[in-house]
Design a protein around this ligand. Structure first.
Ligand code: CAA
Length: 471
């Protein structure tokens, strides 16, 4: 009997685009009367990337995609699908990838992508992961006719002035090249796991530029959702033989690095703590962990309660915070944190939240900074915890491939972002309030796509967006 061999598919390369304007945390803290240490250590932010007047998620996506194509000497005929995952949509109907194709055609010629396909995907910050999964399966199913797929994650995270979300803003895009026999990372097969539920932790009704957020609820929902998807991942990984557990071992011992959704740096640290507690509390090592914490892990009054009932259980929440902080000080946590997560968080601290692109910027950060540390990444497994409000989580994993150095050795975040310009609080607030015309950009664009025309003079041209490549 003949069994088809499933092609090995994964991420071959990735390119980033980050706007060159930024807001410094010290200026921000002073203006809002916040202790800067809260931002630096409590949230984990130093610089937030801010989009200029002539930038939106579509041109950031096109800029990242163009870099990816040029660096890999790719031509449109090498690409069969261009997907854009975003929660900064520009139109209720016209997909963002159509704008991106329009921009790329300025470089590669009118109609050069006509043979390809693709859609815009939406599910808050998790949709890029679904797009990767679907495109990987398109290639596995050999529907791709030898062509690669490009998935671009691109977003502008913008919150109300004065809100607690304001210090978790950011902007940027990551373009990912998906193909057979990838040089960078191959997805583990048949283990990707998801969870989904109707929730209102963070959402942005039609016509509203900034989201409505229930901060503490969204934090807990993120942790619980990723944990649920991780439970299902674990079941599949063990059942399929991908991971074999010996007595006393945790599945987290078999994952070499963690990359999770990063609305802000500290959330990554908390997600790791939550996951390790969940995975370790039934193992022999737990008694040594709790000894180091100096207290037993508290239990909520209603262990099967809702997120609301857990948050309302103030006695438990207080004790749990104390336990979590203690746990994050232990040698057990710190060993995993330093060796398996810390490098993925560095970019987040100097760019901010990128919604769909956050976790992939985290992957990029991990690869670059582990390489710079001299870590041998070949054959190492990266576990991903992707979360989108509203809400859905996806957990999957991938193995770093033998040719990874070819890709990773040229990664340089400072060079990739380029020289940046600090905004004063006054300039930032004018940009935030859309008080500058889009033609009055703070920076003169150079070697990139920018918005040059918005709307038309007649009603039938309302919502038209035109972009140009500025050399
Ligand atoms: N020095 C050091 N740390 C300090 C400090 C100081 N002087 N003052 C306060 N802190 C610490 C606090 O102790 C706290 O630390 P822990 O998390 O370890 O307890 C931390 O700073 C945060 O402070 P608060 O608890 O007071 O929280 P906040 O009111 O600043 O709100 C937030 C934080 C809820 C994340 C808010 O920024 C927010 O609503 N953000 C938007 C929503 C969000 O990002 N949710 C995340 C999950 S949903 C998601 O992931 C999707 C998405 O992309 C949005």
């Amino acid at each position: 009997m003949w069994f088809p061999v499933m092609p090995i598919v994964g991420i071959d390369d990735l390119a980033i685009y980050v706007p060159k304007l930024y807001l410094d945390y010290k200026d921000f803290a002073e203006a809002r009367g916040i202790n800067p240490q809260k931002l630096e250590y409590g949230i984990g932010i130093k610089k937030m990337a801010i989009a200029d007047t002539n930038q939106d998620s579509a041109c950031m996506a096109a800029n990242a995609c163009l870099k990816l194509m040029q660096r890999n000497h790719l031509h449109p005929e090498d690409i069969g699908r261009v997907y854009v995952a975003t929660e900064s949509s520009l139109d209720e109907s016209k997909a963002m990838n159509s704008f991106v194709i329009g921009m790329l055609e300025q470089i590669y010629g009118e109609g050069s992508f006509e043979h390809a396909g693709g859609i815009e995907c939406k599910f808050a910050c998790v949709s890029g992961s679904y797009a990767l999964y679907d495109n990987a399966n398109w290639i596995r199913a050999e529907e791709n006719n030898g062509k690669a797929a490009v998935v671009i994650v691109s977003d502008i995270a913008k919150y109300d002035i004065g809100s607690s979300g304001e210090y978790t803003q950011g902007a940027g895009a990551v373009a990912l090249l998906i193909r057979e026999n990838p040089r960078l990372m191959a997805f583990d097969q048949k283990v990707a796991s998801t969870t989904i539920k109707n929730e209102y932790d963070f959402y942005r009704p039609f016509g509203k530029e900034t989201p409505l957020v229930n901060g503490s609820y969204s934090n807990l929902l993120y942790l619980i959702s990723v944990r649920k998807a991780f439970d299902s991942y674990k079941e599949k990984a063990i059942k399929s033989g991908l991971i074999k557990l010996k007595d006393g071992e945790s599945i987290t011992d078999h994952i070499d690095f963690f990359a999770v959704h990063l609305p802000y740096r500290k959330m990554g640290e908390k997600a790791l703590a939550y996951l390790l507690r969940h995975e370790w509390r039934h193992l022999p090592r737990w008694k040594y962990v709790t000894k180091e914490v100096g207290m037993q892990e508290p239990q909520p009054k209603d262990a099967r309660g809702t997120i609301e009932s857990i948050l309302a259980d103030t006695e438990f929440m207080k004790a749990d915070e104390q336990f979590r902080r203690g746990f994050m000080q232990t040698s057990f946590y710190n060993e995993v944190y330093e060796n398996k997560m810390a490098t993925s968080l560095e970019a987040s601290a100097i760019i901010g939240n990128l919604y769909t692109a956050s976790m992939y910027m985290g992957l990029r950060s991990l690869l670059e900074f582990e390489f710079k540390k001299g870590t041998d990444l070949e054959g190492k497994r990266i576990g991903f915890g992707s979360y989108g409000s509203g809400s859905s989580a996806m957990v999957f994993s991938g193995l770093i491939q033998p040719q990874y150095k070819e890709i990773v050795k040229r990664m340089d975040l400072d060079e990739d972002i380029g020289p940046r310009q600090k905004l004063s609080m006054e300039e930032y607030e004018r940009l935030h309030r859309n008080q500058r015309a889009f033609t009055d950009s703070v920076i003169r664009a150079h070697n990139e796509f920018v918005l040059v025309k918005l709307g038309g003079t007649t009603a039938d041209k309302a919502g038209f967006r035109e972009y140009n490549y500025v050399s």
